[in-house]
Design a protein around this ligand. Structure first.
Ligand code: GUN
Length: 294
């Protein structure tokens, strides 16, 4: 069994990006600038956005954090998005999800300029992705592809089972793994909460990508020997014995499943850090695109 070490690979990617940014600086060029909007005080979201901003610093990007209260109206958020769309200093921005109930997430995503949509959530970018056109690929799926590629995990002709159909991970992942090329060329099954006999499906999988958010959902009895496991789940489980009051766990019963797997991502330290590295990569791509246009 080999660990797919997202922490290590994400650091390599950030080093590569930092080298690109250093070259830009040497040439007197503008460096990439990422902005992040966060609405409300959700602990996990604040942690993620904090990591994104810290990573910008690490690779030499400029960053702007826009914090808005949980009572923010949809109109106010849309106004802020318009401002960021117009601001030529900002190459790309994200709106951290989930948003409070009074705000329609789809409306918000539709308001983002597709050229600045470094999350790849806008229908224009999602459509381009599905049609194999060059675009921003959502950071988590992009990070999973990068991990598979850098470890040389064979995907061609394999049966990939994706668990969860979220717009951010499961749905795009199911499309990307079936694309022509590497990583891709998989035969894909997309499973979700209404899937019947899921064990029958997972036990036939060569590769399982789980993005469900149910701690330790995937058990050793549900997988075959030598399976490749990508665990996207990051759930905070309350635990008074821990300093933070919780511990983090994935969708996979790592202790037992890892004994059968050929490759497996740990949680934390697997997919999570890759997501952030690929957001940096998308922001660098956004800058490069804007440079060539000007
Ligand atoms: N919430 C969970 N994952 C993500 C992500 O990749 N981007 C944004 N904007 N929000 C998220």
């Amino acid at each position: 069994m080999e660990i797919l070490d997202g922490k290590k690979i994400s650091n390599q990617i950030k080093d590569e990006i930092a080298a690109e940014v250093a070259k830009m600086k040497e040439n007197g060029e503008k460096v990439p600038h990422l902005a992040a909007i966060i609405v409300g005080n959700d602990g996990a979201s604040l942690t993620y956005v904090g990591s994104k901003v810290r990573s910008c610093k690490r690779v030499g990007f400029e960053s702007t954090l826009v914090q808005m209260p949980s009572t923010t109206s949809e109109v106010e958020l849309l106004k802020k998005i318009k401002e960021l769309n117009k601001n030529t200093d900002i190459d790309g921005f994200i709106v951290q999800l989930p948003l409070p109930d009074q705000i329609d997430t789809q409306k918000v995503i539709m308001a983002i300029d597709p050229d600045k949509d470094v999350d790849g959530f806008h229908p224009t970018n999602f459509g381009k992705m599905a049609l194999d056109m060059s675009t921003f690929i959502p950071a988590t799926p992009f990070g999973i592809l990068e991990l598979l590629e850098r470890y040389g995990v064979e995907t061609q002709g394999k049966h990939t089972v994706v668990i969860g159909r979220s717009h951010i991970v499961g749905r795009p992942m199911s499309i990307l793994m079936g694309r022509k090329g590497f990583p891709g060329n998989s035969t894909v099954t997309l499973t979700h909460s209404r899937t019947k006999n899921i064990t029958q499906i997972t036990s036939q999988a060569d590769i399982i990508i789980s993005a469900l958010g149910v701690p330790k959902f995937l058990k050793a009895e549900m997988v075959k020997d030598d399976v490749v496991i990508i665990d996207v789940g990051i759930t905070r489980v309350p635990d008074d014995t821990k300093e933070k009051g919780y511990y983090i766990t994935g969708d996979v019963d790592f202790e037992h499943v890892s004994k059968k797997a050929s490759y497996i991502t740990p949680v934390p330290g697997g997919v999570g850090p890759m997501t952030i590295a690929m957001l940096m990569k998308n922001t660098l791509l956004a800058r490069e695109r804007h440079r060539s246009r000007k």
